[in-house]
Structures are given as structure tokens and as C-alpha cells.
Ligand binder design. Structure first.
Ligand code: BTN
Length: 338
């Protein structure tokens, strides 16, 4: 079955939801019987298309089936998401894209599920069928010292897109997790390749994984209850139909913010990022790479994207010690009920 013809029919339905066989025949230059076969195959894929006898076809819903045509229809970007590969299953979209590093900026790989989804720091990222898992190739002209801003741009794009498409008031847990109600909804990774001679970025792969449906407890140890640490868009909204639109919005928004970064508007990005942070005022456990952990209260974010914290004493009151946490050296864990 021609994938291209399927995408063309989807495109036609996005422009007009009821189409006769004759209209499709004229538009696509193929026979009615070919069209009927493709429509049946789309229905088998899971799309909700009604056949109206002697009239034609009515497109009702994409049922969240990943579709290039739908993403393209909803995207507002010049480079990002203009070349997309959709895979039924892959080890990791990040690994897959690493083999395509010479592709154009904005090349995007999306998978229905990942067998070996990768989180940061060697952790696995559970990627059951039906979630949002994708990686984008970036090649912006920026200095090595500004690479952390790619992470800020990505987290900001995802947070703002989820807010506008799904109507959920999510927040960014510094640096790049998206949280709702103290539970993780989305993880983001940034992998960069550098040109050491010029100390500039060669390319980066941003990987984004969003839970759309509840994760099964099978993926967790007996002691870790998934519902205590993770959440998903369906459990919050009780709605579906966000999948393609949300991917399109994130790609559009990411291009918008990366263009700002390349134009030197770092403070503007940081100010928006700060507005979306959900840890301000919270007590967090600071986990440095090489030193002992400690508790602190978050009190700000400086112009370099470092989190400003006030260290707590052993009896959990504020000390005089202020620390600036850099993205490369520490991670934080938000403490409940502090
Ligand atoms: C984290 O929370 O630690 C980062 C998670 C990043 C997950 C995404 S899903 C798409 C892409 N492919 C991967 O294997 N990882 C990233």
C-alpha cells in the first residue's frame, strides 16, 4: 500500500472533511478502486472514516494515528518538521537520528513506540505504544557556552505547547523535565556534537518523550508505584486527539525559540523560561555530580540559567549560604510536603 497515497488522502481530508470518490479521483489522479483500497487501509490503521453510500467518504477523526500530513497541516515552521520519518517501532529515535547526522536541520524522527527509549544519565525512558516520542536534528550557529540554551528552548517550547494545545497548566522542573501536579509528564534530552577548533556547536539532537496515556506498573519495580511519580495527558484531561497537533506545535515553537537564540535574545528566552518554572520557592534536594547531597530552597534563576538556592541547615531552616547551580554539575529533586 502506497504510504504517499495515504498521506495525500489525509491531506485532502484535512482541507475538506467530506469528499466524493470523484473528487479524490480528480485530485490524486488514481482510479476509484485504488482510492477505495487506500481508504480501507487507512480505516484498518485506525482512522475514523465513514463511507457514505453513493456519496463518498467523511473523515471524522485521526484517532491519534501519527500522520505526516496532519503534522504538516498544523505546523508553522520553515525548517523544523519539514522532513519527517514516522516509525512504528524503534530502539530509540535519538539513536536512529544519530545515524542521519548529515541530514538537514529540522529533520525529525517520530516513533509510535520505543523498545530502548533512553533517558538522561543512562536511565531508560519507558516508551509504550501510543505516546509521543521524537527527536529533532538541530544545527544552529551558536557557541559551545550557549548549548544549555538549547535545553531551555526545548523545555519552554514543550511547556508552552502543552499549555496551549491540551489546556494543562504544566511547569518546568529545572532543567528540562515537564511536571504537572508534582509528577513527571515529559522528559527531554539534549545531545550535542561540538567543533572543538572553533568551539561552536556542530549539531544537536533534542529528544522529547511525552506520556499520553498511563504507563503500566509492569515497567516499575514492586517498590515504585508509577502513579506516584509520573502522570500523562489522558489522565489529566480525559481527552485524546492531541498527538499530531502537539508534535506540530512543539516543532513550530522550538524553531521560534531557537531562531531567537541565534539572534542573541538569550535574556528574552530566560525570562520566559523562568515564568514557566514550577520549582520557585520549593525545597529541593541538590544532587551534585561529585559532592554530597543537601537540601535547599529555590530562590531564583540568574542570567546564565543557573538556579539560585538558599542552603538549609540540618534543622531545615535557611542558612546564609547561597549557591548557584549549573546545569552541567547538579540535578535536583523536589521534596514533597516541605
Ligand atoms: C529524561 O527524562 O531523562 C529524558 C527523556 C528523553 C526521552 C526521549 S523520547 C524520544 C527520544 N528518544 C530517546 O530514546 N530518548 C528521547
Amino acid at each position: 500500500m502506497s504510504q504517499l497515497l495515504k498521506e495525500k488522502i489525509m491531506q485532502a481530508f484535512l482541507e475538506k472533511s467530506i469528499l466524493t470518490g470523484g473528487e479524490l479521483e480528480k485530485k490524486l489522479g488514481v482510479t476509484r478502486s485504488a482510492i477505495s483500497k487506500v481508504i480501507n487501509s487507512l480505516i484498518q490503521d485506525g482512522l475514523n472514516i465513514e463511507t457514505i453510500p453513493r456519496k463518498g467518504y467523511k473523515f471524522l477523526d485521526d484517532n491519534d494515528i501519527l500522520s505526516k500530513a496532519t503534522i504538516d497541516f498544523n505546523i508553522d515552521a520553515k525548517k523544523y518538521g519539514k522532513q519527517i520519518e514516522i516509525l512504528d517501532s524503534v530502539d530509540s529515535t535519538n539513536l536512529y537520528l544519530k545515524n542521519l547526522i548529515d541530514a538537514n536541520e529540522g529533520y525529525t524522527v517520530i516513533a509510535d513506540k520505543q523498545i530502548g527509549g533512553m533517558g538522561r544519565k543512562g536511565r531508560k525512558f519507558i516508551s509504550e505504544k501510543g505516546g509521543i516520542y521524537f527527536s529533532i536534528l538541530l544545527k544552529p550557529k551558536i557557541e559551545v557556552s550557549d548549548i544549555k540554551f538549547l535545553t531551555f528552548c526545548a523545555a519552554l517550547s514543550v511547556a508552552e505547547s502543552i499549555k496551549s494545545i491540551c489546556g494543562i497548566d504544566v511547569g518546568i522542573k529545572w532543567v528540562n523535565d515537564i511536571f504537572y501536579d508534582s509528577k513527571k509528564l515529559c522528559g527531554i534530552s539534549t545531545d550535542a556534537t561540538l567543533c572543538l577548533e572553533s568551539m561552536t556547536l556542530k549539531s544537536a539532537i533534542i529528544g522529547i518523550g511525552i506520556n499520553l496515556h498511563p504507563l503500566s506498573d509492569n515497567d516499575f519495580s514492586d517498590t515504585t508505584q508509577i502513579q506516584n511519580i509520573a502522570t500523562d495527558i489522558f489522565s489529566i484531561t480525559r481527552q485524546t486527539g492531541f498527538r499530531n497537533k502537539l508534535i506540530a506545535k512543539i516543532l513550530s515553537s522550538l524553531e521560534f525559540f531557537i531562531d531567537k537564540l541565534v539572534a542573541g535574545k538569550k535574556l528574552e528566552i530566560l525570562s520566559l523560561y523562568k515564568d514557566n518554572i514550577c520549582v520557585m520557592g520549593s525545597v529541593v534536594k541538590v544532587i551534585p555530580v561529585n559532592n554530597a547531597e543537601y537540601l535547599a530552597r529555590v530562590i531564583g534563576l540568574n542570567d546564565n540559567g543557573e538556579l539560585k538556592v538558599n542552603k538549609l541547615t540540618d534543622d531545615k531552616s535557611l542558612s546564609n549560604e547561597i549557591q548557584f547551580l549549573s546545569t552541567e554539575e547538579v540535578s535536583i529533586m523536589v521534596m514533597q510536603d516541605e
